[in-house]
Design a protein around this ligand. Structure first.
Ligand code: BGC
Length: 762
């Protein structure tokens, strides 16, 4: 029997507005013969944990993962040969709400994909004589909602009553007569095998126990992460202990969730709870939640029956199992901390899909991964992970080609879809996977989606906004001045609420036109790689037309006139202007940055580019001073304020330590891309590092820097020292590599280890 035709629903009629307890399900199979192999295929609408004869089938958590459920759902296959035996065998499953019907997104929508959890499983057992027996989910399965998980939800947490634990429920011999039957059900979309990386448990942290000024007991795990707390406790049965998870302490040193709450009235409806309420049974017991996880570093503990000791608690980080590819370190330890913090923000936000933050929204914001894909791709292997996500992006794309702000959908306002710089992830992310990993399959797979997105933007550009100042421009058909765009987003000092309001009424034509040109150019490149010559020239021409329009509309003869750093960075980084004009704009950018006392002034979209642009156009010292600046806003300011992940807002903690917005957004961690590609100097000359370039840039008073990157072509390392003007570089490369030294000399070297030295130019 096929997995797709054996969905069952374990619940009877329910009140959908009320959060339901988890369901426990059992199916029984009697086997007679010598088993040679057994395989289980399983999936759920919701999240499942599965046991065969009482033993877990996997160490993966939050299966079956998150996809755009309206179109597709992943299933997993497990080899369970070691778990089955001749005689009676039991498959036991617990089902929680998960992404399917739990609270998701900023608005904490429930029941977004459906109101009832569902399960489908097929156990196939092969005997030594070649015969086969199967157990499939069906009307003979039994279920109950009277188990210990009374409620489980992503954002709210879990309510667990240990007194209701059911001994032996997933084992043979259990009497399930008190359980009830299940109903046949169906899932409309496509079932696909898991495509990403499995979600598993990783690092563990012991806390320090604090008593805060308001006299609360708070655990400090020392690291902001996404995951849950495992604890052991002994106390009177019936006592309920409470653990609330948050990222920071407030300005008074007390536990708070304020920074990850929604503004004003929205908070009442959507509030983030991240709370575990655990009711004790008799004796000593150990617990960790199964169907919820939180973004946190601090945990407030209430009603604990014993003295709170650190040995009773461990925070467990949970994320998709990505391989670590890159490492960077240098003589400035605070920069190393920024690199570590960025990797932690990546871990905290890569849970089957790339999310913005692991707290307030936990949503697959396209723009966030659009800006971070390159840095993330240096740090960890995200090739499969993002290839999987991109498929959902395409499936969720509107018939008119518009790309959503969030993938998979969590019920965000429709009018915000198709935003420049966000929706362009449809082109930017596959192109990044191609450049870093040489992945041409993803280009093929996403090609139609990319074309459809560009088709949408093209049609959008043909309409000119009613009050647009571009109404009479000869270039108007190439200027995007309608639609909702998030814009540069979160420049220092900007206010999210006000920005959303402005963006709703005044389309940011500068950003939108820039991304139109950029994505068209990337698509021309992709078309050429795929041998689609006509498309390649069509998109190259389109891009050239849009660039001309941009230059005409947003610069004065190619020169930007603005007091915002992003305005200079964007046209240079996205290659919208001729080289001489770029150089002049970077000179102006440099003046602006110096006048700003070397403090960063960019938001989401240009932060990845500002340091590379300054470095490449002759201002590496300015780039270093921005990177090393310790005043707010700045990366080292965050680190000196005790950050262990990357803040969403440059103003995450002000001078009075008032926390603001999420503490775990990877987007501003894109400085790490600069550390790899400019400071250590490692970048691909050909896709997938088939040929590389190493062009290190000393500066900032760094005495040494070291970087290793396990590229698709093999391990690349670049390590240098700078002492008294003497620069020494050692590289170890797997393929032909162009080495460019700071004194301007360059050399192509074959595979192997090579050393160089030169004087560092003043
Ligand atoms: C998210 C961002 C996202 C943005 C849209 C925020 O609430 O957390 O990271 O990209 O909205 O601009």
């Amino acid at each position: 029997m096929k997995l797709s035709s054996c969905f069952i629903e374990p619940e009877g009629p329910i009140e959908t507005k009320v959060q339901q307890p988890a369901s426990y399900l059992r199916g029984v199979l009697d086997l007679d013969g010598k088993v040679v192999s057994a395989e289980l295929a399983i999936t759920a609408c919701g999240v499942y944990r599965c046991f065969v004869n009482g033993r877990p089938v996997t160490d993966q958590v939050f299966t079956p993962g998150f996809t755009y459920y309206r179109e597709r759902l992943q299933y997993q296959r497990y080899d369970v040969t070691g778990l089955v035996a001749s005689g009676t065998n039991v498959v036991g499953v617990v089902l929680g709400d998960g992404w399917y019907r739990g609270k998701i997104g900023a608005f904490s929508r429930r029941n977004h994909y459906g109101t009832k959890t569902k399960l489908a499983a097929v156990l196939t057992v092969t005997f030594s004589d070649g015969s086969v027996a199967q157990l499939t989910t069906g009307s003979d399965w039994r279920a109950t909602q009277d188990g210990p998980i009374r409620m489980s939800d992503w954002k709210d947490g879990e309510v667990y009553d240990a007194r209701m634990e059911i001994d032996g429920w997933a084992e043979p011999g259990f009497d399930d007569r008190g359980w009830h039957g299940v109903a046949a059900s169906a899932y409309d979309g496509e079932l696909v095998p898991s495509r990403g990386e499995p979600i598993t448990e990783h690092e563990r942290f012991r806390p320090e126990v604090l008593t805060t000024p308001d006299n609360s007991t708070v655990l400090d795990f020392g690291q902001n992460l996404f995951g849950y707390v495992e604890f052991s406790v002994n106390g009177p049965a019936g006592r309920t202990v409470r653990l609330t998870h948050g990222e920071t302490l407030d300005e008074h040193g007390n536990f708070t969730l304020k920074n990850v709450s929604m503004p004003g009235a929205l908070e009442k409806r959507t509030g983030l709870r991240q709370e575990i309420a655990y009711t004790l049974r008799e004796g000593s017991q150990t617990y960790k939640p199964r169907f919820t996880a939180h973004g946190f570093r601090y945990v407030k503990v209430e009603d604990w029956p014993e003295e709170v000791g650190p040995e009773s608690f461990a925070a467990i980080a949970v994320y998709s199992d990505m391989k670590q590819l890159g490492e960077f370190s240098c003589s400035e330890v605070l920069l190393n901390k920024v690199t570590g913090n960025t990797r932690w923000s990546q871990k905290g936000n890569f849970l089957d899909i790339p999310t913005d933050c692991p707290t307030r929204e936990r949503a697959g914001w396209t723009g966030d991964i659009g800006v971070f894909a390159e840095t993330g791709g240096y740090l960890m292997d995200i090739n499969r992970f993002l290839t999987k996500w991109l498929r959902d992006l395409a499936l969720q794309q509107d018939p008119d080609g518009r790309v959503a702000s969030i993938v998979p959908d969590v019920g965000m306002f429709k009018y915000m879809d198709g935003s420049a710089g966000w929706a362009d992830a449809a082109v930017i992310v596959p192109h990044t996977l191609y450049r870093l990993y040489g992945n041409t399959e993803v280009l093929n797979a996403q090609y139609e989606s990319m074309k459809r997105w560009l088709g949408f933007v093209r049609r959008r550009a043909r309409r000119t906004g009613l009050f647009s100042r571009h109404r009479f421009s000869p270039h108007r058909k190439f200027i995007v001045d309608t639609g909702y765009h998030w814009g540069e987003w979160l420049e220092p000092g900007h206010d999210m609420g006000k920005d959303v309001l402005r963006n709703t009424f005044v389309p940011d034509a500068e950003v939108a036109t820039a991304y139109f040109a950029y994505s068209a150019a990337l698509l021309a490149d992709v078309a050429a790689v795929l041998g689609k010559i006509d498309d390649a020239s069509e998109y190259a021409e389109l891009s050239a037309n849009v660039k001309a329009a941009y230059r005409d509309a947003f610069t004065s003869d190619g020169i930007v006139e603005s007091d915002r750093q992003c305005r200079y960075v964007r046209p240079v980084a996205l290659d919208l202007l001729p080289e001489e004009e770029k150089a002049e704009n970077v000179a102006r950018l440099n003046d602006l940055v110096v006048a700003n006392d070397y403090r960063i002034g960019t938001g989401f979209l240009t932060t990845p580019f500002i340091l590379p642009v300054l470095t490449d156009y002759g201002y590496p010292n300015t780039a270093y001073r921005v990177a090393l600046n310790r005043k707010r806003p700045g990366w080292l300011y965050e680190v000196e304020k005790g950050a262990t992940t990357i803040w969403e807002n440059w103003n995450g903690l002000d001078e009075h330590n008032v926390p603001k917005d999420s503490f775990n957004h990877y987007s501003f961690g894109t400085i790490v891309g600069w550390l790899f590609s400019r400071v250590a100097g490692i970048s691909p000359l050909e896709p997938g590092f088939a040929k590389s370039r190493i062009r290190p840039v000393p500066g900032g008073g760094l005495k040494q820097a070291k970087c290793r990157y396990e590229s698709a072509a093999g391990m690349i390392s670049s390590s240098w020292t700078a002492d008294d003007g003497e620069f020494r570089l050692t590289v170890d490369v797997p393929t032909e590599t162009l080495v460019e030294l700071p004194d301007g000399n360059s050399q192509t070297v074959p595979r192997g280890i090579h050393s160089f030295s030169c004087r560092v130019p003043e």
